[in-house]
Design a protein around this ligand. Sequence first.
Ligand SMILES: Nc1nc2c(ncn2[C@@H]2O[C@H](COP(=O)(O)OP(=O)(O)O)[C@@H](O)[C@H]2O)c(=O)[nH]1
Ligand SMILES: [Mg+2]
Length: 312
Amino acid sequence: MTSELLNSLRQNDTRVLSGLISAVENGDDTISETLNSLFPHSRDSVRIGITGPPGAGKSTLIDKLIVQIRAEDGTVGVVSVDPTSFFSGGALLGDRVRMNRHSLDPAVYVRSMGSRGHTGGLARLTHQVADVIASTGKDYIIVETVGVGQAETEIVLNVDIVVVVFVPESGDEIQIMKAGPMEVGDIFVINKADRAGADRISQLLQDYMSDSSGQREFVPQIILTEATEGKGIEQLWAQCRTLMAELQQSGTIRKRRNEQYLSRVRNAVHDELAARFWNSDRESVLMKQIDGMRERHLSPYEAADQLVNELG
Ligand SMILES: Nc1nc2c(ncn2[C@@H]2O[C@H](COP(=O)(O)OP(=O)(O)O)[C@@H](O)[C@H]2O)c(=O)[nH]1
Ligand SMILES: [Mg+2]
């Protein structure tokens, strides 16, 4: 990578940044070297994950958080992994207007990605795109994902703090999400608090939190918001800042970042080994042997063992 490229990125050259991200998304072979050399420049950004059911108001909340961040002269990048997001451009006019007000601001960069590809691949892609945006020197990177299950949780695992967004009607989702985002949430938001049921959900969350308090370092705060009206946003942002400061002081952030790094290395090793293993020779051996394997009643795991041991 040339220092010229880094300079362009640091000067918020949106054309260069967008081109780079497209190359990452398209999986261009030539990009990995650039990604590697950008990585050291991406480490200072604070990464905030915002997850929750579709339509909970995550994008609207982010839109308002951007205003808070700009009010204190901070810079911010957003990676939104949600095909239904207003950031995708296919949304209502009102949403586009909101997006546009930020797109004119060089201190803000918003990128939305469709959820093509499988979820593991998507997590990797999301973090690569977040790295590229972070290398422009943004203070904060916000990652928006639709959080429902364990698989999507992988995306928000690799951030510094996780905000989980619900709405007053989310009772069932809270049950379903127990195994996923619920466990990694640092701050819980009940958005659309203008609608009935916010208190009930708040109580449900509190009950859940006290049940699981033994496994947590701290009890997450529950914040009620009305994103469209901008209500509760200041409180949410203040809580994000307070929590970051606390986690920094206690050394938790360092621990989390080490874990993030480790998990990214492990996943990359996994991907790399699988890619190396499944070359065309092995693929064709597998195809030739498949009938024999099935006739011998080999379980898929025995078959895999044989392939790894005989061909590995
Ligand atoms: N009534 C109400 N509607 C909201 C609120 N926040 C967001 N919405 C609306 O909910 C819809 C989905 O919002 P969006 O931010 O795209 O949700 P996302 O899918 O979670 O990103 C939009 O029509 C928003 O205007 C709120 O606090 N109250
Ligand atoms: Mg959205």
